[in-house]
Structure formats: C-alpha cells, structure tokens
Design a protein around this ligand. Structure first.
Ligand code: F6P
Length: 374
C-alpha cells in the first residue's frame, strides 16, 4: 500500500492554563501512531509552533528547523508532557489581525512555506477566532477549546477550567482558618473576564457565603445586609467570591491598566479590594481581599484536565485524518464531538442568571429540579 506523507502544525495561543500539555502530547502521539498510520495510509510529521500565532510570523523557510519558532515533535519528546502545567510550546497574546500590526497574509504564507496540511490550534475565544478567519482564507484549521474562563459556546468543557476550580477551593480552604481566627471577611477575586463561571462554580465548590458575577450587577446594600445577617446568625467570618468582571449597579468594571491587548480587550483586576473597602466602611467589620490571579492558571493539570486534554488531542487528529477542517472538538452531553468554528465566532458562553444564579442570596441556585419538574 502507498503511504502518503503529510505535515501538520500545532500551537497554543492566548493565556496559558493546565491541560495544554496533555492535549499537545496526545496530538503528537495520535498523529504519529505507527499502528494507526497503516490503517490511515498517511504518515504524519508534527511541527510545534512556538509562542502562539507570533511563531508563524518569523520563519525562514530554508532554516525553519533551527529558527527557534518551529520544533519537530515526536512521541518521545512529548512522553512526559501531560504531567506539567503551562505549555511546553509557549504562548502569546499576539493577533495577526491586530490593526496596529496586521500580518495575516504573512501567517498564511508561512503555513504554506512550512508545507502544513493543517494547523491544530489550542486556544480560547481570541485564538480560535483568528483560526476561523484564517480558515476563511483557505487554511485547514482544527480547534481545541481551552480557557479557565469556560466562556466558549457550544462546548461543555474548555481545558484548564477544572484545575482552576481546584485552585480556588484549595486557597479558600486555606483562608478559612485564618479568617475564622480573626473574625474577618475575605473577598477573594477570581479571573474569568466577562464570564462568571469560575466565581460561581468555584464559589459553589468551596462553599462561599456570597458570590458576585459579571452577569448580575450587585448592590452594596444587599451585600452588607447579607453579611450582617450572617453575623447575627453567629458566623465568625465570611468568604465572598468576586469575579474580576463583577460590577455594582450602574458601575463599571475595575481595570488594571487603560491600554487594551492586541485583541482589543481590557485587563481586569482590583475589584476585590474595592469591594472589601466598601464593606468595611459600611459594616465596620474587618475585611481583606485576596487576588487569586494567575495562580488559577498555574500548577499541574488535575486528572480531569489530563483526561480531557487526551480526548481532545486524539479527536483533533481524527478530524485532520477525516479532513473535517474548520471545526473545533468539544464535549457535549457527555460525548466528544465536533462543531463548526464559524458558528461560535464572536460568541461567548455566559452564566444564565435566570436559571443558574440566585440573585437574592448572591449565590448558586438552591433549586435544580424543582422548576423543571413542576
Ligand atoms: O482568559 C484567561 C484569563 O486568565 C482571564 O481570566 C483574565 O482576565 C486574563 O486571561 C488575564 O490575562 P493576562 O495573563 O494576559 O493578564
């Protein structure tokens, strides 16, 4: 039988998180599986592209192998990668469509020069949106969803999310003992950008007293009321989880700096401290804030992210083998499947306040089947 040769590329873009390395490992192992290649009639070579889309802007076609942005991967190179957090390929928040530095044509040219039949793109909304735009220009793209924000639509899972939730739970467990000893309120700021998933589900998992999410503007009066109610009932301390994008009624998000990134996005951060000060001023109860920040993106992937990285990596190669380009792999209703990237372009998956949030207690919902089964 004739064995066709093909070369594919893989990159990680946007913010790093746990789960990227397991996905990289299984892309490489699946693509280069010697048993499977006889069945497929194709022998794949896999090139790792360093530093996200930036890695495709600076390539010398003659010396790509030694230019630094491109690395030849094989099952031996990636054997132990699934144990580690971050991304062995590096990442960047670089967009070839940034109007200040438009270079999409160069990226397409370099993909051709490298002889890549397809590029597997592991990223969140920004990175996958770039993939979608390149796909419109004829590049064969497959997406793997990742982001601790879990804000990509049409998938029940994005790599990194479960590990980030575990960080929130671990850190809040640690805070509880010191908060209780000193009778303090702690406002714990989580990431998530415009989506409240990390705050809501992290808060549910760690048993937070109050959870503030971007999807529902909170009132300081209600927060103070809930806190004093708790103290009257005998609590010694309160844990309040605030998403970085949470805002008071009629107020704005708190930003770390004025400039936006190359995707035109704000850099959020600092709302936890603002809220802590307001609560302390109104209730006279000692209130501190803790920003979990990039701790949520760090550390080794939990078991779920290792498994999901594996399944997504394998499924992405399956799509390449079947030439099902322009799709992202996903988890939907307990099954791994695929979905057109074009249909999620520019969309976000946010918390549905009506069904997923208790807007009176500022917490997770207390009825799950009641409304549905009545
Ligand atoms: O999208 C992932 C995320 O961690 C957001 O939750 C957060 O707002 C942002 O990235 C932070 O990005 P950076 O690491 O570039 O500051």
């Amino acid at each position: 039988m004739m064995m066709r040769k093909s070369r594919i590329g893989v990159l990680t873009g946007g913010g790093d998180c746990a789960g990227l390395n397991p996905a990289l490992k299984w892309v490489v192992k699946t693509a280069m599986d010697e048993r499977l290649e006889w069945e497929r009639g194709v022998r794949y070579e896999v090139l790792g592209i360093r530093d996200g889309w930036k890695g495709l802007t600076d390539i010398d076609p003659k010396t790509w192998d030694s230019a630094g942005h491109i690395v030849t991967l094989n099952p031996d190179t990636v054997r132990t990668w699934d144990r580690y957090g971050g991304t062995m390929l590096g990442t960047s928040r670089f967009s070839p469509y940034d109007p200040k530095n438009e270079c999409a044509a160069l990226v397409t040219e370099n993909i051709e020069r490298l002889g890549l039949e397809a590029v597997i793109v592991i990223g969140g909304d920004g990175t996958l949106a770039i993939g979608t735009r390149l796909a419109r220009e004829g590049v064969n793209i497959i997406g793997i969803p990742k982001t601790i924000d879990r804000d990509l639509p049409e998938t029940d899972y994005t790599l990194g999310y479960e590990t980030a939730l575990n960080v929130i739970v671990e850190e809040v467990d640690r805070l509880r003992t010191t908060a209780g000893s000193h009778k303090r309120i702690f406002v714990v700021e989580t990431m998530g950008r415009d989506a409240g998933w990390l705050a809501l589900e992290g808060g549910e998992a760690c048993g937070a007293y109050i959870i503030l999410i971007p999807e529902y503007e909170f009132s300081y009066d209600r927060v103070n009321e809930l806190v004093t109610e708790g103290r009257r009932a005998g609590t010694r301390y309160e844990i309040i989880i605030a998403a970085e994008g949470a805002k008071p009624k009629g107020g704005a998000e708190v930003v770390r700096k004025k400039e936006t990134d190359s995707f035109g996005r704000k850099s959020l951060g600092g709302v936890g401290e603002v809220i802590a000060k307001e609560i302390e001023k109104s209730t006279q109860l000692e209130t501190r804030s803790v920003v979990l920040s990039h701790l949520q993106r760090g550390g080794a992937p939990c078991a779920y992210d290792r498994r999901m990285g594996r399944y997504y990596g394998i499924a992405a190669v399956d799509l390449v083998v079947n030439h099902k380009y322009g799709n992202m792999v996903r988890l939907k209703n307990g099954k791994i499947s695929s979905y057109p990237l074009e249909k999620i372009y520019g969309k976000l998956n946010l918390v549905d306040v009506n069904t997923q949030y208790d807007a009176d207690r500022y917490n997770g919902r207390r009825s799950i089947l009641y409304h549905a089964e009545k």
